[in-house]
Design a protein around this ligand. Structure first.
Ligand code: PMP
Length: 522
């Protein structure tokens, strides 16, 4: 296996030198006004905004979707474009017939759009794989561990999702978790940059890379990823960025303003940026893959195969994408990101900032509500992700009641960020909480409200009104529920049930179609 001595990648790529602020590679269309109008028109173009569910009081309500940090809804504009493209569907590994050539062209175009969306130069490759950030971070942890086995330390932060922590523990070895800053209100903000600098100095010789989230899925707080990349590069380490949460909310640039602060790897999930069903994305410097065997082997990545040997293509991303790709998903992602880029992520960011400001203000006024993380935008910038607990009721009961009585979809528990959530709750220490601390009343966790571009102030008002009702009548709500008692912290309604199979069944949907055929042929 070929091993390279480390040379800072930004020194290898003088062409990355740019002296002005990065401007978007997908050129926004029309005037600022045109783009705001397009954003307004886009707000209603999502599957699932009109879905209605029965409520526990016997009525039916259109759902209010406030769980976009988990997965956004799917953009119907892109869906229509993909449906039209799929008239040409064929496998990209076929080569000469029209459909195969058209799909191959579209698949390349999807990669190009994603690269442009994150401002990647030709020094980067865009690799599709898996269904989200988890696949990309595992892949890159393996690649970077193999590339530099003598560097067995990864520095990350306390605010990471498990996906940006466990792969580094498993594949690289030692993970150091840097604490967060306290803002002037005493709340958790972004990573403590001084502590990070100190840790980088301490592990300089062994540090493989710094892995950091661009925005927290718990507090929404944004990290200074380019400043962090610069600090990592100064000691010959790399910077890997988890953009799962930021991609749908902020303009992204892997290159930044200056080569020294360019990111080495950036991963994102299409299902969190209005393209559920699309592949996970890894944008990485091509040089990182040089001389390494691809992580997965099979069809589509080889130049020549004999029974006793094979030669892998040098072409990227092909060599990292063995097998038939998820073409419809890739096209959906390409169409969606092109649409967002043409409207302009700056317009989307500004719009969401206003909504977030409004929501923080209104939610913080609910009696007995604790907000987690820095919640003044002028103190710490954040995306539209807001977590809280009510003094009056446990998070599992709040989430269930918001769904059952108000048709409001939120997430609760620890959001795959257990160390951070426990820290915010002051529940750290020891080898685990005693059993009585993990009952349905005391299970560590929070309630999370998160926005997509389809959310409005009406949605914020709806959740605030609902929370106020819960706070006014906690005993009444508590009587309607019983704890699941299965260690999950879930609460179940005592009399109301809305079984998922009552809403949709694949087998029934198939039968409906067959009955339609029967009716037309009778
Ligand atoms: N990182 C962050 C910050 C996330 O919020 C998530 C998803 N909740 C992930 C990583 C993992 O993404 P995926 O499930 O799409 O692999």
């Amino acid at each position: 296996m070929l091993q390279l001595r480390f040379v800072p990648f930004y020194l290898l790529h003088a062409s990355l030198m740019i002296d002005s602020a990065p401007s978007p590679r997908i050129e926004p269309f029309g005037t600022h006004n045109d783009r705001n109008e397009a954003l307004d028109a886009l707000r209603t173009e999502f599957d699932g905004l009109e879905t209605e569910y029965p409520l526990a009081d016997g009525s039916t309500a259109r759902r209010t979707y406030l769980d976009s940090a988990a997965s956004t809804l799917r953009c119907t504009v892109a869906d229509d474009i993909v449906r039209r493209a799929l008239r040409h569907y064929a496998n990209t590994h076929s080569q000469l017939h029209d459909g195969a050539r058209i799909m191959t062209h579209l698949y390349h175009q999807a990669h190009e759009i994603v690269g442009d969306f994150v401002d990647a130069s030709d020094d980067y490759t865009v690799v599709f794989g898996g269904s989200g950030v988890t696949a990309g971070l595992n892949r890159m942890a393996r690649v970077l561990a193999e590339r530099r086995p003598d560097r067995d330390v990864v520095i990350t932060t306390l605010m990471e999702h498990h996906a940006n922590d466990l792969p580094h523990r498993k594949h690289v070895g030692n993970v150091v978790h840097v604490p967060l800053e306290k803002d002037p209100d005493g709340d958790a903000g972004r990573v403590d940059v001084a502590a990070l600098q100190h840790a980088i100095g301490e592990y300089a010789d062994r540090l493989n890379y710094v892995a950091v989230t661009a925005a927290s899925n718990v507090t929404g707080v944004i990290n200074p990823v380019h400043e962090i990349a610069k600090m990592a590069h100064e000691v010959g380490a790399l910077c890997v960025v988890d953009a799962a949460q930021s991609a749908a909310h902020l303009p992204l640039s892997v290159q930044g303003h200056d080569p020294s602060e360019a990111l080495d790897v950036l991963c994102m999930s299409g299902h969190k940026i209005y393209a559920p069903g699309s592949p996970g994305v890894t944008v990485a410097r091509k040089a990182l893959f040089d001389g390494l065997e691809p992580q997965e082997v099979g069809g589509g990545i080889v130049d020549r195969v004999e029974t006793d040997r094979y030669e892998i293509t040098d072409a990227l991303p092909e060599r990292e994408e063995a097998g038939t790709p998820n073409l419809p998903g890739a096209l959906r992602l390409g169409a969606t990101l092109q649409l967002l880029g043409r409207i302009g992520m700056d317009v989307i960011e500004a719009d969401e900032r206003e909504l977030t400001q409004y929501a923080l203000q209104r939610i913080s006024e609910v009696d007995g509500l604790t907000l987690y993380g820095s919640h003044r935008l002028e103190v710490a910038d954040r995306i539209g992700v807001i977590t809280f607990n009510l003094e009056a009721l446990p998070h599992g009961l709040v989430a269930a009641a918001l769904n059952d009585y108000f048709g409001i979809a939120v997430r609760n528990e620890c959001f795959c960020a257990q160390p951070f959530v426990r820290d915010l709750l002051g529940r750290t220490g020891g080898d685990g909480a005693p059993a009585e601390e993990c009952g349905p009343e005391t299970q560590p966790g929070m309630v999370r409200v998160s926005f997509g571009l389809y959310n409005t102030t009406d949605d914020v008002d709806a959740v605030v009104d609902a929370l106020e009702d819960l706070v006014e009548r906690p005993d009444w709500y508590r009587k309607q529920y019983r704890p699941a008692m299965d260690g999950s912290g879930d609460w179940l309604h005592r009399s109301f049930e809305h079984p998922p199979e009552a809403s949709f069944s694949l087998t029934e949907a198939v039968d409906e179609w067959l009955q339609g055929v029967e009716a037309t042929t009778d």
